[in-house]
Design a protein around this ligand. Sequence first.
Ligand SMILES: C[S@@+](CC[C@H](N)C(=O)[O-])C[C@H]1O[C@@H](n2cnc3c(N)ncnc32)[C@H](O)[C@@H]1O
Length: 218
Amino acid sequence: MPNDFLSFFLSWMSAPRRVGAIAPSGAALADLITREITATTGPVLELGPGTGAFTYKLIKRGVRQQDLTLIEYGSDFMKLLQMRFPGARVLWMDAGRITTERLYDGAPVGAVVSGLPLLNMSTRKVVSIIGGAFRYVRPGGAFYQFTYGMSCPVPRPVLDRLGLRAKLMDRALLNVPPAAVYKLTRRPQMKIVTGSPQASTPVTPELMHPERGYIAAP
Ligand SMILES: C[S@@+](CC[C@H](N)C(=O)[O-])C[C@H]1O[C@@H](n2cnc3c(N)ncnc32)[C@H](O)[C@@H]1O
């Protein structure tokens, strides 16, 4: 891993809210956020890769560059990523637009790894990014997000609205500053049978009316 501290710091000076950190993530955090990803995960979507701290680790874990899509909004970082990972698809775009761009045919993605500073974004944008990313995630796939905050950076109403659950994987106390990684997955669907078999509809438990058993508007 090259030492990117200075270039990262200069980027942060010019756009502190977008960059969201004064230094690239360290090895402990890169290890943790990629811990469950292997050569068999398939396509991986990385949001806000910066200088590639997580990207290097993903490749080390066996993800092929051809299976990597990197979405980065900073033009300086984007050029660096193109140079460092010539086999990956590097897109210079706002991750908030993944809902409108068609990044994949269908939903082949096994994992989304995000270094985006979600706490600096509006709720609306967080919904577009996470909801948009899950459109490409295959059943059983997950979205990994780190935060410097004390709790999950995706608020509970957003998780409810998107039918997701979040689990704290662990904390990387050796990172500067210490960080935590959350794993977001789809809530299990269950079938509600109301009368005839045709009326059976898969819903997430959170969308059920507690007494009447129908689906509340999300
Ligand atoms: C906290 S840094 C993390 C960088 C890298 N993943 C790491 O851990 O070292 C956040 C990154 O997200 C990028 N970013 C912020 N907002 C973005 C957006 N809307 N779309 C795409 N990238 C964004 C920043 O340019 C920066 O590279």
